[in-house]
Design a protein around this ligand. Structure first.
Ligand code: HEC
Ligand code: HEC
Ligand code: HEC
Ligand code: HEC
Ligand code: HEC
Ligand code: HEC
Length: 451
């Protein structure tokens, strides 16, 4: 969308002056650029397909104990491919127990170094899958800190943001500048015309102020001026309405009963979201973890160094809630659950299913929840308005080819590939690929989202 087309603008500006034309062209280009930049978003750094696959496997299976850069339950793995051969790694990862039993010195040494903590065997992973994980180790690079950005944020989800306001203000300033420049150009054109023809326009006028005003009010400039005013009014109204009436819950970030930090756990320690929100992949709800999950680590991680030998006061809250006695290491009989304050909450009449979006559509959590791994305190990132759901359903594509859920649909569409009269012909792109959005597959029907 651009408010003025190039042609339209030039017609109104001047029929003869090249300078003005060039200026107008530059301006329209600038307008279009501003709109384009608002919808541009970052791309993933280049990793091979194997390494990307490996990254997924690593995040799903290993990050509860390993981090690439930091020692956790297991060693940091960023340079492991330089100290071990590929063959050794495959054997270790698939069955470290067997490798140790075979008398492998390195395997026994590292096991002892880590106090004989047993790493799981991963025979469920094929050799090729393990090789992909190794490819990921090799191609892994320390992430450059990019404050406030995520690889796959939903730019349009956040229309009612500060940046929208800045862009609107920026456009208004530009329009005002155009107005000014046009006025000057018009005057100087008129001057040179007068010089050439030797005309002087100094006709006696009863009221010189009125004359000056009339000269100023050129129809083109007047139209532009009105345009600016209308735009300004509409923009501020729209923005005000968007902020105050619609997105009431966006940015909601209540203080929680334990100062649990996603930045620390999901960011610095790189614990996989699904380690704690394990149901997100296969059920409607993404569920907040029970304190048992925390205890997997916090039985041991007490941060006594940081608190003069005492257990961290925040971790004590976990123990208190679990009725866990640190000294004896025993659980009492009176646990009382922590009441986390719920942040995201759709009204009862709306239906949302995580598994459908996480597993079915393959969306990352960050697409909808923003850069959670950078948040000390979780806040609601998207509006969660109906328009937000609908927009995405119109823009995204369903991967009908590789999703078993859409096998039948895919077969039906594919069978009609060469039939130009088929209802399915609109789903083919020019180069013969299938492209279908959730919207085209019925995801705009009221009953899909409303009980
Ligand atoms: C339950 C915790 C746990 C999980 C899950 C885990 N590891 Fe480990 N890993 C360890 C521990 C602990 C060690 C150190 C050796 C030992 O004590 O057995 C280790 C050692 C390793 C080593 C050897 C490091 C070296 O310096 O030689 C590699 C490689 C490794 N793990 C890869 C993986 C991969 C890949 C996965 C996921 C598929 C994974 N681990 C999952 C705990 C775990
Ligand atoms: C170590 C466990 C753990 C990990 C890992 C974790 N979370 Fe959480 N998450 C929690 C806990 C506990 C809460 C509730 C307290 C809070 O809101 O901070 C929570 C709350 C949330 C909420 C808000 C829930 C609500 O009330 O609406 C979202 C969204 C969320 N997590 C997303 C994520 C994402 C995305 C990741 C991965 C980047 C992630 N979490 C990783 C434990 C975890
Ligand atoms: C996979 C291991 C792991 C899990 C699971 C885990 N944590 Fe942690 N957590 C850590 C580590 C490691 C630290 C300490 C980081 C450091 O060195 O400062 C930590 C630090 C903390 C701190 C900061 C304490 C302080 O005083 O600085 C709090 C609070 C905390 N965790 C709460 C939780 C809660 C609540 C859960 C469960 C929802 C949880 N953690 C689950 C590993 C874990
Ligand atoms: C397509 C958008 C979308 C994606 C992708 C998504 N969520 Fe959500 N999430 C939502 C919405 C909408 C809600 C509010 C649901 C409700 O109130 O019924 C929510 C709520 C939550 C909650 C609060 C508990 C609940 O289930 O209501 C947690 C925790 C959460 N999400 C975590 C995650 C994690 C972790 C991932 C990635 C594995 C993820 N979400 C992916 C949209 C999404
Ligand atoms: C970031 C994009 C995105 C957002 C935001 C989003 N969805 Fe979806 N949704 C999808 C995709 C993609 C699919 C297709 C899923 C698949 O491939 O199986 C889908 C499918 C669905 C379906 C199934 C439709 C069918 O035909 O069976 C429902 C219901 C749904 N979404 C509800 C919601 C609701 C409610 C919200 C808002 C609270 C929402 N979605 C927000 C991307 C999104
Ligand atoms: C993709 C999912 C989706 C579809 C399709 C959808 N809605 Fe909604 N609708 C929602 C969500 C989510 C909300 C809750 C938004 C909120 O909290 O304000 C909502 C809210 C509403 C509301 C209440 C408005 C309010 O401000 O609370 C009405 C009325 C409504 N929808 C009607 C419809 C009708 C009629 C259709 C069919 C033409 C439809 N919806 C289709 C997701 C959807």
């Amino acid at each position: 969308m651009s408010f003025f087309s190039h042609k339209h603008m030039v017609k109104h500006l001047s029929k003869s002056n090249l300078k003005v034309r060039a200026f107008a062209f530059a301006l329209t280009a600038l307008f279009n650029l501003t709109f384009l930049t608002t919808s541009a978003f970052a791309q993933d750094g280049g990793m091979s397909a194997a390494a990307l696959e490996g990254e997924k496997l690593f995040k799903a299976n290993c990050t509860s104990c390993h981090d690439m850069q930091n020692k956790m339950t297991g060693p940091a793995l960023k340079e492991v491919h330089t100290r071990r051969s590929d063959e050794w790694l495959v054997k270790w990862i698939r069955n470290n127990e067997k490798l140790r039993a075979s008398g492998d010195k390195d395997a026994i040494a590292i096991f002892n170094e880590y106090n004989k903590v047993v790493m799981n065997n991963f025979e469920s992973l094929t050799e090729d899958q393990v090789k992909n994980v190794i490819a990921y180790f090799k191609e892994w690079k320390a992430p450059a800190p990019k404050p406030g950005t995520v690889a796959e944020a939903e730019p349009k989800a956040n229309f009612y943001s500060e940046s929208t306001l800045y862009i609107l203000l920026f456009l208004i300033v530009i329009l005002l500048v155009v107005l000014l420049v046009l006025r000057r150009t018009k005057n100087s054109l008129k001057n040179s015309y007068n010089e050439m023809t030797g005309t002087t326009e100094e006709v006696a006028e009863v009221n010189p102020k009125a004359a000056a005003f009339r000269k100023w009010v050129n129809p083109t400039i007047m139209k532009l001026g009105i345009g600016v005013v209308v735009l300004l009014a509409l923009a501020s109204y729209g923005f005000y309405f968007g902020v105050t009436e619609v997105a009431v819950q966006q940015g909601y970030a209540p203080e929680q009963p334990i100062k649990y930090s996603h930045k620390l756990h999901a960011g610095d320690l790189q614990i996989d979201c699904k380690y704690c929100h394990s149901t997100a992949e296969y059920s409607k709800q993404a569920s907040v973890p029970s304190l048992n999950t925390c205890m997997n680590c916090h039985k041991g991680v007490q941060l006594r160094d940081k608190y003069n030998g005492e257990v961290s006061p925040e971790i004590k809250k976990i123990y208190a809630a679990m009725d866990y006695d640190v000294e004896s290491g025993k659980y009492g009989e009176h646990p009382k659950p922590i009441r986390w304050i719920r942040i995201h909450n759709l009204p009862d009449h709306a239906f949302f299913n995580h598994s459908m979006h996480v597993k079915g559509a393959g969306l990352t959590c960050q697409t909808c929840h923003g850069p959670i791994q950078e948040m000390e305190v979780v806040q609601q990132y998207a509006t969660l308005q109906m328009g937000w759901c609908i927009n995405c359903h119109k823009e995204r594509k369903i991967d009908v080819e590789n999703n078993p859920y859409y096998e039948k649909l895919h077969a039906k569409i594919k069978a009609e590939k060469d039939n130009k009269n088929s209802v399915y012909s609109k789903y083919f792109t020019k180069d013969g690929k299938i492209s279908i959005s959730p919207a085209e597959n019925g995801a705009l029907e009221c009953s899909k989202c409303h009980y």
